[in-house]
Design a protein. Structure first.
Length: 260
């Protein structure tokens, strides 16, 4: 499997500075890969006792057998990229399941940035370090590469669309960012109150301090500015042709996720 290199955070040491109320039911933070997984995870971690956090691994389908007991034992907060299927549905039946999604247009750029970085170690050296045109690389993020990595359609179908209408509660990455940018507003308070309610966590009086700590980009090894990416320029907005390719290869995707 691919290997991700990221500096560890110190959130476990900061967590006890806040008064924590134990979880009464397990919470699983699911996400489409490259949708802000670490951001959501780190924010919620500030509202849950460290001893109830399952930080062994990002739980994924290939490793589900190894980690499935976390959903069956005492209440725990865990996280991962768990695609839809029979066993995930069974295991998550009595778990507060939150699913993070991201606008597919921005997702292409995030995946491009991550795959080109030194933080992502896989069999990609032959197409990294400027060996391919950036537009060609973005197309690979959309259409995949045979026997190397999956298509965008496969990822969104199995990690997001298949969970729609289920017990999973959908959260948009863009809504988290908007709330963080206007943290003093009543709208931000409502957003984080509703977000935590999905995990049966009440909003404490010091919620802003906790959110600020958890959302500190220095604490996320996969935040954009912490990726080791040199000599490669990636656009801030997906080019028009690549937007058309996303829509062509994934018709109705942005609409069903609420982005169109």
């Amino acid at each position: 499997m691919p290997r991700v290199i990221a500096d560890p955070d110190n959130l476990d040491e900061i967590n006890p500075q806040f008064s924590q109320r134990p979880l009464e039911q397990s919470v699983f933070l699911n996400s489409v890969p490259k949708s802000g997984s670490h951001l959501l995870k780190n924010i919620v971690r500030m509202f849950v006792p460290v001893e109830q956090q399952y930080n062994v691994d990002f739980i994924q389908y290939p490793t589900l057998q190894k980690h499935h007991q976390v959903f069956l034992g005492p209440p725990k907060l865990s996280w991962g990229h768990l695609l839809f299927g029979d066993m995930p549905a069974v295991l998550l039946k009595n778990v507060n399941h939150i699913l993070l999604v991201r606008d597919p247009y921005d997702w292409v750029l995030a995946r491009t940035r991550f795959f080109l970085s030194d933080n992502f170690q896989a069999n990609l050296d032959h197409i990294k370090n400027g060996r391919t045109d950036i537009h060609d690389f973005m197309n690979m993020m959309i259409f995949g590469v045979h026997n190397l990595f999956p298509t965008m359609n496969d990822i969104y179908l199995n990690n997001a669309v298949s969970w729609l209408g289920s017990s999973a509660k959908i959260v948009k990455y863009e809504n988290i960012i908007a709330a963080l940018k206007d943290l003093e507003s009543p709208e931000a308070k409502t957003f984080f109150k509703d977000l935590l309610a999905l995990a049966d966590i009440s909003l404490p009086d010091d919620w802003k301090e906790r959110v600020k700590v958890g959302s500190d980009r220095k604490q996320s090894g996969t935040a954009r500015e912490n990726l080791k990416l040199e000599g490669i320029e990636i656009p801030n907005e997906l080019p028009e042709m690549q937007k058309k390719l996303v829509d062509y290869s994934n018709p109705g995707l942005r609409e069903i996720l609420g982005y169109k």
